[in-house]
Design a protein around this ligand. Structure first.
Ligand code: CDP
Ligand code: MG
Length: 833
């Protein structure tokens, strides 16, 4: 009976839905754009050199003329005073000493692997050697060198550096291209781009026709894109015998890559670094006159000893550091750590070590140590920004006339980055709070002191439960060494590891490659769009192949969302999704937003889900921030809260008050700007694909409470749904795979005591101890029924809904009705595609 009641409720809902649909779409037809077959994306990313269609001789003449020009320009720069100074600097780099050997090895081999210590000049010099050599031999206009970087920030900063070293502006012979940004001119012959950009180019240009050299940088990081690119390139090389492939790596597992490419040539650039004095936690303690006893208690054995590095250290300071460390140890539960068994590292947790300790060491460096910049390795943006806020309040560290406090993070704006490389004024100490990005990709020249918290944020993937995780994890030994090495670039340095040596000893040697620890959906989609054959077979050719279960999960997911048909072939929807440089679910949401003419809020939702959460929650103002956020949350939806916040910001921007708006509402104005830029990018992608009806883009967009926007969000995020189990005064949440799940504290729904909907749809769930949903939007049954997965009949002839997610008995008549609305919806979507 209760089941039937529910069905009746559906019926009612359906009736209102239907009349609403009718109101919203008086005629269910949509104008088709004319340029349906234009793909646009890739052509725009990589324009081919625009040479006029001339005969071969004339073409060669032009090429030769340009090559001559390029040579003359290069020579003029090298002979200028400025150019000579630059050359002198370049000659001092270890890589420069190997220039001839490198060039001749590349000439003789199709694949070359180059390894050398970070900072020895691989990234900035190698591509330049090749370019210079080509220009000198009058091949300048014909060569086309692409150097990939795992991160946008390094692609940009390296291209700027190389242009500077060549005495040019960006966009002359050197350019860069990352998502959303790029500078590339007619004569650009050396392009730094993210690995993702090159992969996208491969979709349109599978043989990389005009490319003469591909340089894949930072392969030791074993990022998923790089591993993927290597499989594709390995396949392509025999068909492009004249194309050269150069792989560059910081650490020394060159042999692994060499054997992958059938014994490719290896060049090791001998490195040079100054000695770095290393302190682990116990050493820091000892310096302050304390020590760890064998059972990890702090023993004040050194009362009469003085703080070695500062002979005048007042007594107060000494007891301060002891209490700081003691607090940290207590909070970290370090006392339970058993160095003998080394069973688990989890008892030592720098997250809760408190920033006091870091603050203390920074103070010590600023007051007592010789000049030199400080690099602090933190976990991620959250703790970097929290630490920065804390330090700014400190009388010494927050004093801008004495300390220049900067942050270095993968998603920072390029203008901000430049500051990191600049030398501060005399007497000012530069302190950079960084993520692991400063380990290898970015070299800050004047670093002398390094603080290493020992952790990084690592994405991992639990294939068994099909759950992605993003957790602070211990770095590997290699990373710790890398971090330490950053202190010894220009002179002898100091490194403070903020954990005991026994913890270091328990670190893994290397980090697991990304392909083994991330969901593979986008990768599988890419494999199909590049027509690389059956997915499992293709992935078995990787350096290290992912788990079969992980591959199956990804394929299953793509089938559920309708990107693959039952035979793993791309559907029309899947084909469109490959054109979007974002997760398939966001692409799907955008497409539906366009089809149902409610694009504006959906652009905001998809853009915000692609950037860092714009809602800030500073540790010491959590409640005020939460209150500010709650003004946006009338809809039981984090996604709609984002839309409201963005719309408010956009209005404020008109009055030039965007910044104040952000301050008042605890929003990151940087994220807002990024969202703004991404919205434009997404819109132009949709327009290129020809899916936007420009007369009616937003005719259904302006009322947030309509089911429609929820439905579109749902359509994208499905099958990420969980059911709400209502109780008397509270509710609990359940998903099929995980059982009980929780809401992240920052979610607007976490503060509700009741949610008047039966379902939540989410973008991201993260396993920490239990599973948390980061963001969610509440939706009704009807939305789930209309926009969920397929309806099918199981063996007993019973209707199964939502790809088996929800099995539901329905009256045949009701089921029939839903089926027919769904068919109509599908028709609408298909006809629009
Ligand atoms: O790639 P690898 O780590 O081997 O070194 P690189 O990035 O090519 O940097 C070589 C040297 O160029 C660094 O040691 C810095 O001294 C300098 N450099 C710089 O001054 N400014 C940059 N933006 C990049 C590098
Ligand atoms: Mg490099």
């Amino acid at each position: 009976i209760s089941m039937l009641r529910r069905v009746d409720a559906y019926l009612e809902e359906y009736q209102t839905q239907k009349s609403r649909m009718k109101e919203t779409f008086p005629d269910l037809s949509f104008a088709r754009s004319t340029n349906n077959d234009s793909i646009g994306v890739d052509e725009r990313l990589f324009e081919k050199p625009q040479l006029p269609a001339l005969n071969k001789a004339a073409l060669e003449k032009i090429l030769r003329q340009r090559s001559l020009q390029m040579r003359d320009q290069q020579q003029a720069w090298q002979e200028s005073a400025e150019g000579r100074r630059m050359l002198e600097f370049r000659r001092s780099l270890p890589a420069y000493k190997e220039k001839e050997a490198i060039l001749s090895t590349i000439l003789r081999n199709q694949v070359v692997i180059i390894s050398g210590q970070t900072g020895c000049g691989k990234t900035t010099q190698l591509p330049q050697f090749i370019l210079e050599c080509e220009i000198e031999s009058l091949q300048g206009a014909a060569c086309n060198i692409i150097c990939t970087q795992p991160r946008r920030i390094s692609a940009i900063s390296v291209s700027e550096r190389v242009a500077l070293e060549r005495g040019e502006k960006l966009g002359e012979s050197v350019g860069y291209k990352v998502r959303l940004e790029g500078i590339k001119g007619r004569d650009t012959r050396l392009l730094f781009c993210t690995t993702g950009i090159l992969l996208r180019r491969l979709i349109a240009d599978r043989k990389l026709k005009d490319v003469t050299h591909i340089i894949v940088d930072e392969i030791h990081e074993r990022g998923m894109n790089e591993d993927f690119l290597l499989i594709v390139l390995k396949d392509l090389l025999p068909r492009r015998p004249e194309m050269k492939l150069i792989l560059m790596s910081a650490t020394l597992d060159a042999e692994l890559f060499s054997s992958y490419f059938n014994g490719a040539a290896i060049i090791k650039i001998p490195g040079f670094t100054h000695p770095v004095r290393t302190c682990f936690l116990e050493d820091v303690l000892e310096l302050s006159g304390y020590r760890l006893t064998p059972d990890n208690q702090i023993d004040d054995y050194g009362q009469e000893r003085i703080w070695k590095m500062n002979k005048q250290a007042p007594r107060k300071r000494k007891s301060q550091i002891a209490s700081v460390v003691e607090d940290s140890l207590r909070e970290a539960d370090f006392k339970d750590y058993d160095p003998q068994t080394r069973e688990s590292l989890s008892c030592w947790n720098p997250d809760c070590m408190g920033f006091n300790f870091i603050e203390y060491i920074l103070c010590h460096i600023c007051e007592d140590e010789r000049p030199g910049a400080v690099l602090v390795f933190m976990i991620g943006w959250d703790d970097i920004s929290a630490l920065k806020e804390k330090l700014l309040l400190h009388p010494l560290l927050g004093d801008q006339s004495r300390v220049l406090l900067l942050i270095c993070h993968g998603s920072m704006a390029s203008s901000e980055q430049r500051l990191i490389f600049e030398e501060p004024e005399d007497g000012v100490r530069k302190i950079v709070l960084a993520t692991n990005i400063a380990e290898t990709s970015i070299t800050i020249n004047d670093v002398v002191f390094v603080l290493d918290c020992g952790k990084e944020k690592e994405s991992s993937y639990d294939a068994l439960n099909n759950t992605p995780c993003l957790l602070p994890t211990w770095i590997s030994k290699v990373s710790a060494q890398q971090r330490r090495g950053r202190a010894g670039r220009v002179q002898p340095g100091e490194c403070y590891h903020l954990y005991p040596r026994c913890v270091y000893d328990a670190f893994a040697e290397y980090q697991l490659p990304e392909i083994l620890r991330t969901p593979l959906q986008s990768l599988c989609l890419q494999i199909k769009s590049l027509k690389l054959g059956p997915i499992s077979e293709f992935l078995s050719k990787a350096l290290q192949s992912p788990e079969i279960l992980a591959v199956q999960n990804a394929i299953e997911y793509l089938k559920i969302i309708g990107a693959f048909d039952d035979n793993e072939n791309l559907t029309l929807l899947g084909h469109y999704l490959t054109m979007f440089p974002m997760e398939p679910k966001l692409g799907k949401m955008l497409i539906l937003g366009a089809i149902f003419n409610c694009l504006d809020p959906i652009l905001t939702v998809t853009a915000s889900l692609s950037v860092r959460d714009p809602f800030l929650a500073p540790l010491d103002q959590k409640d005020v921030a939460a209150a500010a956020k709650s003004q946006f949350s009338h809809d039981y939806s984090d996604h709609l809260a984002l839309v409201r916040a963005y719309d408010g910001w956009k209005d404020a921007e008109i009055d030039l008050a965007g910044q104040e708006y952000c301050w008042a509402n605890f929003l990151s104005s940087q994220s807002m700007k990024a969202i703004d830029a991404l919205r434009m990018e997404f819109l132009s992608l949709l327009k290129d694909i020809g899916i936007v009806d420009s007369n009616a883009t937003n005719c259904n967009a302006w009322s947030y409470d309509v089911h429609l926007i929820r439905a579109v969000i749902f359509y994208g995020l499905y099958p990420g749904i969980c059911s709400i189990v209502h109780k008397e005064k509270s509710f609990s949440l359940k998903t099929m795979e995980d059982g009980k799940v929780h809401l992240h504290l920052n979610s607007v729904n976490a503060r509700e005591s009741k949610i008047p909907y039966p379902w939540l749809v989410f973008n991201e769930k993260i396993k920490v101890n239990s599973v948390f949903l980061r963001d969610s939007t509440a939706v009704s049954d009807s939305v789930v029924l209309l926009f969920g997965g397929k309806i099918s009949k199981d063996g007993d002839g019973q209707l199964k809904m939502l790809g088996g997610y929800l099995e539901f008995l329905m009256k045949p008549a009701v089921a029939e009705m839903f089926q027919s609305i769904r068919r109509k919806l599908d028709d609408i979507i298909q006809s629009k595609l």
